[in-house]
Design a protein around this ligand. Structure first.
Ligand SMILES: [Zn+2]
Length: 138
């Protein structure tokens, strides 16, 4: 490793610090605080030999796998909850229209959930502050 930076001639030292972001397979990860990289103390240019780059690549790959598992788990949880919610809507529709055909019950359950989504969206878009501002202007 060079002792002097080839960009600016500043001193190069092994540096471990937080806040170093690196892309790996299109996702961004923070390099572990304790991971040492030869860094120019003057301009911040980082220098990695093959060994260092390989180590970092392994760490990033593990972080990537961990994040993928986390996202997959949360997708599965959402799917389970969505199933439960749909079962509830189905039950409500069934109680509302006893003896109705399955397809009708399904349509009612579907519309119930669709209305719930529209309500949720309307509530998210509702901004009391802007409404009050409008009244003030009038
Ligand atoms: Zn430098």
């Amino acid at each position: 490793m060079p002792n002097k930076c080839c960009e600016c001639g500043g001193d190069v030292r092994k540096l471990a610090c937080s806040g170093r972001i690196m892309k790996h397979k299109n996702l961004e990860f923070e390099i572990p605080e304790e991971f040492e990289i030869f860094t120019c103390l003057n301009c911040g240019e980082e220098f990695m030999n093959l060994d260092c780059a390989r180590k970092l690549d392994q760490i990033l790959e593990q972080m990537y796998i961990d994040r993928k598992i986390m996202l997959k788990n949360s997708d599965e949880v959402h799917e389970q909850r969505a199933r439960k919610l749909f079962d509830k809507a189905w039950k409500m529709a069934r109680e509302e229209y006893p003896g109705a055909a399955e397809t009708l019950v399904r349509d009612v359950a579907y519309n119930l959930l669709r209305s719930a989504i529209l309500l949720a969206e309307a509530r998210c878009n509702y901004r009391p502050s802007s409404d009050m501002r409008l009244k003030e202007l009038k």
